[in-house]
Design a protein. Structure first.
Length: 260
């Protein structure tokens, strides 16, 4: 056994052996710790690698066991893929590819359920008619809510890449609001004629857009059409047994299924 080596990876400390770090000589770590590539030191004298410290645990465990072990609820495949590409451990690259194929196959059978709600809300706002003249106005606004559940985490990520909130003059992907990998709740409003742009921000009113078409979603009909388009492109089809036809036609409930 070689002497222990402490690594500082992005601020997180790991202790291992030289033989573990050089177990794959052609990798980036193999080159670094065999002297082919110079290493940096932190203020404590530990070898410093300016990469993601949290993800490094999976890479180090692979060096120790030659197995890629990930938690069942692991949600950072994209980040892991980039880190694996940096370290260039060929057997780990192959193991990650196999894992991604395995996850993709496991998600082919999937269910998507969307419950929709709509109400009308009165908004009050001021209108500037002249430099020193303001008037109070009000208007009815359509407020929408969609509760989305899918057994496919990958589909919700796909949906998140297509739908954007418009708020404070900027578009932001709804994927940033995806805190639960299987659930997503959307709340937005339709545009109101005459409502100044700054009032949407002041009253915390988000509008919903679909990209790259740059189409604003001002009704449930448009929302349903766009979600169906995205879902069917991902292999989903309408579940003919549920919900009841009247509920589906009234845009209350959408249920889609996907088979292998």
């Amino acid at each position: 056994m070689s002497e222990p080596i402490t690594l500082n990876v992005g601020g997180k400390l790991y202790t291992t052996s030289l033989s573990t770090l050089t177990s794959f000589p052609d990798s980036m770590l193999g080159a670094m710790f065999s002297g082919k590539i110079p290493t940096k030191k932190d203020s404590q004298g530990n070898c410093f690698i300016d990469r993601d410290g949290k993800i490094f645990r999976y890479i180090l465990n692979f060096l120790r066991t030659s197995h890629l072990d990930l938690p069942e609820d692991f949600q950072e495949m994209g980040l892991l893929r980039r880190e694996v590409d940096f370290y260039q451990i060929q057997p780990l690259i192959e193991a990650l590819q196999e894992k991604e194929v395995e996850l993709s196959k496991a998600e082919k059978n999937a269910m998507l359920n969307i419950t929709l709600d709509q109400k009308t809300q009165t908004v009050h706002f001021t209108v500037r008619e002249a430099p020193q003249i303001y008037s109070l106005s009000s208007s009815n606004m359509e407020v929408f809510s969609a509760h989305i559940f899918s057994t496919s985490c990958l589909f919700l990520k796909l949906l998140g890449s297509k739908l954007y909130y418009c708020f404070n003059g900027n578009l932001a992907s709804i994927s940033s609001y995806l805190q639960d990998p299987n659930h997503l709740t959307l709340d937005w409003v339709a545009s109101v004629e005459g409502l100044p742009e700054e009032e949407y921000t002041r009253q915390n009113l988000k509008r919903l857009w679909v990209v790259p078409d740059n189409k604003q979603i001002n009704s449930f009909q448009v929302f349903v059409e766009e979600v169906l388009k995205i879902a069917m492109s991902d292999g989903f089809c309408i579940d003919s047994s549920h919900p009841h036809t009247s509920d589906f036609m009234n845009n209350k409930i959408i249920r889609l299924i996907r088979y292998k």
